[in-house]
Write a protein that binds this ligand. Sequence first.
Ligand code: PLP
Ligand code: COI
Length: 353
Amino acid sequence: MKIEKTLHSRIKKMDFNNIDFGNQYSDHMFCSEFKNGKWKNSIIKPFGNIMFSPTSLVFHYGQAVFEGMKAYKDQNEEVFLFRPEENFKRINRSAVRLEMPSIPENIFMNGLKQLINIDRDWIPKNYGQSLYIRPFLIATNGVLSANPSKDYMFMIISTPTDTYYKYPLKIKIEEKYSRSAPGGVGFTKAAGNYASSFYPTRLANEKGFDQILWTDSSTHTMIEESGTMNVFFYLKNKLITPKFNDNILSGITCKSILSLAEKEGFFVERRNVSVSEIIEGLQTGKLKEAFGCGTAAVINYFKTISYKGNDFDLPNLAEKKRISLYFKKRLLDIQHNRSEDPFGWRVPLKRYF
Ligand code: PLP
Ligand code: COI
């Protein structure tokens, strides 16, 4: 792989005490092109603008998929990735559904590891902070007919991060709009899934809600996920999460919490979750906690859930008593190499140079 290092690092301008997600990018980016049926020209180069024909399919028909993952430091500033093979598998599941070529494992993993190694100074040092990594695949072929592109670009960029949602969330159960539908692309990280959520989310924001709790598209009676998070409910002493299906992104954070919870003897249920049982749990006090989880979000608990114009507040538990914060610490401890890693999720990043 070709490596062109920047002569003008921007790291001195990075204020690690005031991290603003997605507003500062590390010095380098990785690019690999898919042309004439072959992957070629893999390169790490200075972060900068890219140029494509205005007819590129990504601009017109939204042939674009992405991933979100993180690199963490431990107290000795050794660097770890968290379950990167899961992101590799998921971007290719997304690519297949969007009729895009699969990314070979060596291109994904070498690009990722070498890029993060070169930009390791951009990984914040503090517990709870990390470098958010954004691999993405876009259609670059310039033919305006509505057919899959012939050419693609796979890229990786990264941005330092700490907390994505800064406070407990007020959530609205959606009854009109849908994020996804059976047979659709809800289970993928297709760029268009996010574009189509912006309008209903703005409407919800204007009414004072932080996020939407999506429900199934035909009946709006079954819970799916929220914003950029999978959701958990601590109901009648059971940790319950909607079972992954066509409509729900199979979150790596969610899967990790489930594995930890099962190993530690919590009662866990992965099943269809109805709006009515959640509302009943809120009314009877049997729903102790509800929270969302995801790579960017980590774990965020909900303070209010609103349904049909009624706001239901969740119990105002002490932080020490919150199952959400227990799992947040369990995950962060594993990610930052502060505890055993019983499932082998941490991938140490060797120093390549
Ligand atoms: N659901 C959606 C729609 C997301 O964008 C994300 C974030 O990636 C998640 C769930 C959580 O997935 P993960 O834990 O793999 O980041
Ligand atoms: C992630 O958590 O990786 C996401 O995809 C969130 C992102 C849309 C900001």
